[in-house]
Design a protein around this ligand. Structure first.
Ligand code: GMT
Length: 380
């Protein structure tokens, strides 16, 4: 199949999922066309099955806001015609589903009919999309998509609860490539570089937005290090990073916390880790937690959104109410202080992650593409 994928090219989960999906589909022989404003961060190499088309938005003094949706829908029209694309797959409803639908309509005017799949990722529904300024356009473009998927049952339920959706939403969870964490480079993992032998290593990876409750991350670590010699690795960039650094200073733990910035090789960082913290306010799925678990790292998380579908209470980690720093700290210490328990949780985390093997999940998307294309053929 010839598939156009529209996504955010950044380190956020939706862009990562879209890129990894495209890479796997290309490996399976499909022709993939990424259409976005810069090359997706996890898209290192292009080949005959992997294409990237940049959307340019020319500056013009009249525009207070640059009309990205317009440029994106025009680019989609051009690329669908040029490469004879079979199906559009847009990740994150805003503004991609809206732009995709406009492209569909423009193409229809020229006698070209193409189905559009929209994948909902989380904040496009729970935070941003739900804002009254966006809501009518988001509901419209979800309802106009040919097939809608969501990354968890929780997000599907939230979408039905928050929007007037008249379509079935198919749940296709996020995925991981289990063998990545056993690559030779990861196996070389030298913990000594990060901490001394008696210290445990705690990790948090995110885009440091408010929704991640970064101050809870720091406070949980503060409680942990009072009881267990430990270091923390903070990976990512975002608006809350400075606050986190300041908080580490005011708590006097700045020498125990390492801030890394963004990384596209997180498996090489996770190989050092004993525990992953994700106390988010809301999380439609929690891809970062799954990626940690795939590297054998147990997770201390909140119990919001789709996290209970990923992290299994008392097995791959522990889940607590949002903001319950005391419970999260207690659970973290209970795993870290007992080497045998830590070993069991590490093994369990890997086992749970293997249920989300890319090889099982990508066929679900292929099935959806085929269904959508068949439906269109029937209508002609
Ligand atoms: O977590 C973020 O803020 C980034 C966001 C995104 O769309 O890039 O992540 C969302 O999509 C991921 C991939 O499907 C999910 O694993 C994350 O849980 C989800 N984030 C939230 O719901 C906050």
């Amino acid at each position: 199949m010839k598939i156009a994928i529209v996504c955010y090219p950044t380190f956020g989960g939706s862009g990562v999922v879209a890129t990894e999906l495209g890479l796997e589909l290309a490996k399976k022989g499909h022709e993939i066309h990424f259409i976005t404003y810069s090359q997706p961060v996890r898209l290192a190499l292009l080949n005959s099955n992997l294409h990237y088309h940049e959307v340019h938005v020319p500056e013009y003094p009249l525009f207070h806001y640059q009309p990205y949706e317009l440029a994106l829908s025009s680019k989609l029209v051009d690329m669908v015609k040029l490469y004879d694309i079979d199906v559009l797959h847009v990740h994150y409803a805003i503004p991609h589903a809206y732009a995709g639908y406009m492209a569909k309509k423009m193409l229809e005017d020229e006698g070209i009919r193409i189905p559009m799949i929209t994948t909902l990722h989380g904040t496009d529904i729970t935070l941003v999309g739900n804002h009254p300024f966006y809501k009518p356009a988001v509901s419209f473009s979800i309802n106009k998509s040919d097939i809608v998927t969501s990354v968890s049952s929780s997000l599907r339920d939230d979408t039905y609860r928050l929007f007037d959706i008249k379509k079935e939403i198919v749940v296709i969870p996020n995925f991981i490539e289990p063998n990545k964490s056993s690559s030779d480079e990861v196996k070389k993992c030298d913990r000594g570089m990060m901490a001394s032998e008696n210290e445990k290593i705690i990790t948090h990876i995110s885009n440091f937005r408010k929704v991640k409750r970064i101050d809870d991350v720091v406070k949980i670590f503060y409680n942990i290090q009072k009881e267990i010699p430990s270091k923390m690795m903070m990976v990512g960039e975002g608006p809350e990073k400075q606050m986190a650094e300041d908080l580490c200073y005011s708590l006097g733990i700045q020498d125990k916390v390492i801030f890394f910035g963004n990384s596209s090789e997180i498996d090489k960082i996770l190989c050092y880790s004993d525990l992953f913290l994700l106390p988010s306010e809301t999380e439609s799925f929690g891809l970062a937690a799954l990626e940690a678990m795939a590297c054998g790292v147990p997770v201390i998380s909140s119990n919001s959104g789709g996290l209970p579908e990923v992290n299994i209470e008392g097995y791959s980690g522990y889940l607590s109410d949002v903001g319950d720093i005391e419970a999260m700290s207690k659970n973290a210490v209970s795993i870290l202080k007992d080497d045998n328990k830590l070993k069991i949780f590490k093994k369990n985390a890997k086992e749970v992650a293997s249920r989300f093997d890319i090889l099982n999940i990508v066929p679900m998307y292929e099935k959806v593409y085929k269904e959508a294309i068949e439906k269109y053929k029937e209508k002609v």
